[in-house]
Design a protein around this ligand. Structure first.
Ligand code: ZN
Length: 368
């Protein structure tokens, strides 16, 4: 094991015991010098885990963290089903972040408003982005947020993104993997992509469960929650594939896109995307500037792929510079996102620090 495979707790956490434990770790892993926490006075909040990579405090950023704004949902007669999504009293969330070693969450809201008429959508998004800004302002060291946008009205979505960034200080946009059955690559959405590219902000693509009325949706019913377990990553796979093959990424080469759940299945079977046009050239009528898999190296992916081997492979296909940490909070898919990155083989300390938060901090304008 390399030294960077360990994480230290702050001296403040259960003082003496943790300190002795860390001291042992330090000895075992051969730190040349005591890590920063060891010199720090014990003023850190109790149990806040400070992630250290090779003796350096590494700022950690979670790009995949959900929340809800009930005031906005009320416009469509909806209620928050998962209380942990609420931000009014974020103490539980902050405690979970502290325990897991997450310094900053980039909050996003899964779209539920894609069927809303323009006027309702306009008001709903205004309320929502305003509330997101308030939440971030109340804890500016711990939260940033993606704007929500009414992508079903692309020109409005472009305005909302600009207002979200410039007026509310939001750091990008969160969008679904499709919009009312339309692909994100549909030319209808070009005004939104143009604005995102112009502003240079990150767009976080998060899939929505594949609905039952479709043939695929019906097949994903039954035991195991397959609509989520495989339906969600499949939707991301389809969305990214169209953005590549329809030429959207050629048309907007400056786009910064981050896909949830490690990009779904696309990076794990990427070679087939290259082989398709070679095997059946008549099915590839739109020329692309690059091989399909080369676009993976300009997209970003969260690290939510569960095992060190899966993350190692994701890095091999996309590059460590394209991976950012994602937890899916408050949904308890994982509580060990930090350790996952630390325990993935074959990474340098600098790569681990970048994946834990350095890259996301740059993309989201977070001070390192
Ligand atoms: Zn999620």
């Amino acid at each position: 094991m390399t030294r960077s495979e360990f994480v230290e707790d702050t001296a403040g956490s259960v003082a003496g015991i943790a300190f002795v434990g860390c001291g042992l770790l330090t000895a075992t892993t051969g730190y040349a010098q005591a890590p920063a926490y060891a010199q720090a006075p014990a003023v850190a909040p109790a149990r806040r885990r400070a992630v250290v990579v090779n003796g350096q405090r590494a700022k950690t950023v979670d790009v995949h963290a959900h929340c809800s704004v009930p005031e906005a949902m009320a416009l469509l007669g909806l209620k928050v089903a998962t209380p942990t999504l609420l931000m009014a009293q974020p103490a539980d969330r902050l405690r979970a972040m502290d325990e897991q070693g997450i310094d900053v969450e980039a909050l996003s809201i899964n779209p539920y408003w894609y069927k809303a008429e323009r006027d309702v959508a306009k008001e709903l998004i205004r309320i929502q982005n305003e509330k997101l800004a308030e939440v971030c302002a109340a804890n500016p060291e711990r939260f940033v947020a993606f704007a929500s946008v009414a992508l079903q009205h692309p020109d409005l979505a472009a305005e909302q993104l600009e207002e979200g960034v410039k007026k509310y200080g939001l750091r990008g946009a969160g969008v679904g993997g499709s919009v009312n059955g339309l692909e994100l690559a549909d030319p209808k959405f070009h005004p939104f992509w143009a604005k995102a590219e112009q502003l240079g902000v990150l767009v976080f693509i998060h899939p929505q469960a594949t609905g039952a009325p479709t043939e695929l949706g019906s097949r994903l019913k039954g035991n195991g929650g397959l609509d989520n377990v495989i339906g969600n990553p499949l939707e991301t796979t389809i969305a990214l594939s169209h953005l590549i093959f329809e030429g959207t990424l050629d048309q907007f080469p400056g786009l910064k896109i981050c896909a949830a759940h490690g990009g779904g299945y696309l990076p794990s079977y990427a070679g087939r995307s290259d082989a398709g046009c070679v095997t059946f050239p008549d099915r590839c009528t739109k020329p692309l500037r690059k091989k399909p898999t080369e676009y993976l190296r300009q997209l970003y992916f969260d690290s939510l792929v569960f095992t060190p081997e899966a993350l190692r492979h994701l890095v091999a296909e996309t590059g460590s510079s394209q991976i950012v940490m994602g937890t899916d909070y408050p949904f308890p898919w994982t509580k060990t996102s930090v350790d996952h990155i630390l325990s993935t083989p074959g990474l340098t300390d600098a790569e681990r620090a970048a994946m834990l938060g350095g890259t996301a901090a740059k993309l989201l304008g977070i001070k390192e």
